[in-house]
Write a protein that binds this ligand. Structure first.
Ligand code: TXA
Ligand code: MG
Length: 317
């Protein structure tokens, strides 16, 4: 790890070109997507990909998502299927990740898939992400740009605070609009929802004309979001708080008296966009437990509750 601070790159053509140059040289660059900030590396460069695991302190059995700007380029690396085509036509570019079988001759580093014969791919819609990906001209492996297990970043500052000099440069593109990570759908067999996210299960089922199996938390880990303690602040987290206790750091939803309100109007889209930033902010106020109002378990609320339940889960060590 170098000891200097990361370069903050402006969200301009020059910034995008500088980010692509870092990727080409085998370095790590964080960039915004519509969901959260990603920690990018050239997906075909073993050393660069290994640096992602090192910088995040991420277990190497936890595979990465590869991002593309161009659908035709993406398709060269996977076994494309009719259901993939249907979902891609409907939701790409956007906050959806597909897990597909990897083409045998794909040059993507085997480290990306952590030994699996599948690969997670996504075509983000965020203009800056697309500009960096286009300037680079290939697949970019990018997990969320935070230390493993901690709160995901939705601002450039969150990345700098969590990773510091472990990342060479950060492209500052402002806050992420969706605020929770992409929905992950496995398409290697029957469609299965591996991680709830910005696109809901109901929307996907409607597009596919069939129900999706939902990977239950207790089953074998095949998506990192499956790790029980994840997205965790330093403070303890108490869910479904309908009454506050003395010293609580109060994260509200709806018409309640609190320190930070995810959405007074009970708008789940607004709540998702605020979620990680507000967890970061409350966590920075020392002491106390982060107590969170109940969030309706429907639509985007399912992804929000998924992240919150992991943030509140018992931690190792
Ligand atoms: O919104 C997002 O998806 C963000 C932005 C940066 O694109 N990225 C993100 O990456 O959330 P990460 O590494 O934090 O989460 C990637 C998830 C993990 O849960 C991992 O287990 C799953 O994708 N995954 C990756 N490859 C997989 C594969 N081949 N099979 C099953 N799950 C896979
Ligand atoms: Mg993550």
């Amino acid at each position: 790890m170098n000891t200097t601070l990361p370069d903050m790159l402006p969200d301009t053509q020059m910034g995008h070109a500088a980010a692509a140059a870092v990727l080409r040289s085998g370095g790590l660059v964080a960039f915004p997507t519509e969901t959260v900030y990603g920690l990018g590396a050239d997906a075909c460069d073993d050393h660069a990909v290994a640096r992602i695991f090192e910088a995040k302190g991420r277990p190497s059995f936890n595979p990465l998502i590869v991002h593309f700007a161009d659908l035709d380029m993406l398709k060269q690396h996977v076994h494309w299927t009719p259901e993939a085509e249907l979902l891609a036509q409907t939701y790409w570019p956007g906050p959806l990740t597909l897990v597909l079988r990897k083409q045998g001759d794909s040059p993507i580093s085997p480290l990306v898939s952590a030994g699996l014969d599948t690969i997670a791919v996504r075509l983000p819609v965020h203009a800056s992400a697309r500009a960096v990906l286009r300037a680079f001209g290939g697949g970019v492996a990018a997990p969320s740009a935070n230390r493993s297990g901690q709160i995901s970043p939705t601002l450039a500052r969150h990345v700098a605070d969590s990773l510091g000099a472990r990342v060479a440069a950060i492209l500052d593109g402002g806050p992420c609009k969706v605020g929770v990570e992409s929905t992950i759908v496995g398409l290697t067999d029957k469609p299965v929802l591996l991680r709830p996210g910005g696109i809901t299960e109901q929307e996907l089922a409607q597009t596919l004309g069939r129900h999706l199996a939902v990977r239950h938390k207790a089953e074998a880990i095949s998506a990192p979001g499956q790790l029980m303690s994840h997205y965790a602040p330093t403070a303890l987290v108490r869910l479904n708080a309908t009454e506050w206790e003395p010293g609580d750091l109060r994260l509200g939803f709806g018409d309640v008296d609190c320190d930070l309100n995810l959405s007074e109007a009970e708008d789940l889209v607004e709540a998702a966009a605020h979620l990680f930033d507000y967890l970061h902010r409350l966590d920075a106020m020392a002491g106390g437990t982060i107590a969170v109002s109940p969030i309706p378990h429907e639509g985007l609320g399912i992804a929000i509750n998924d992240r919150l339940s992991r943030a509140a889960a018992p931690r190792e060590g």
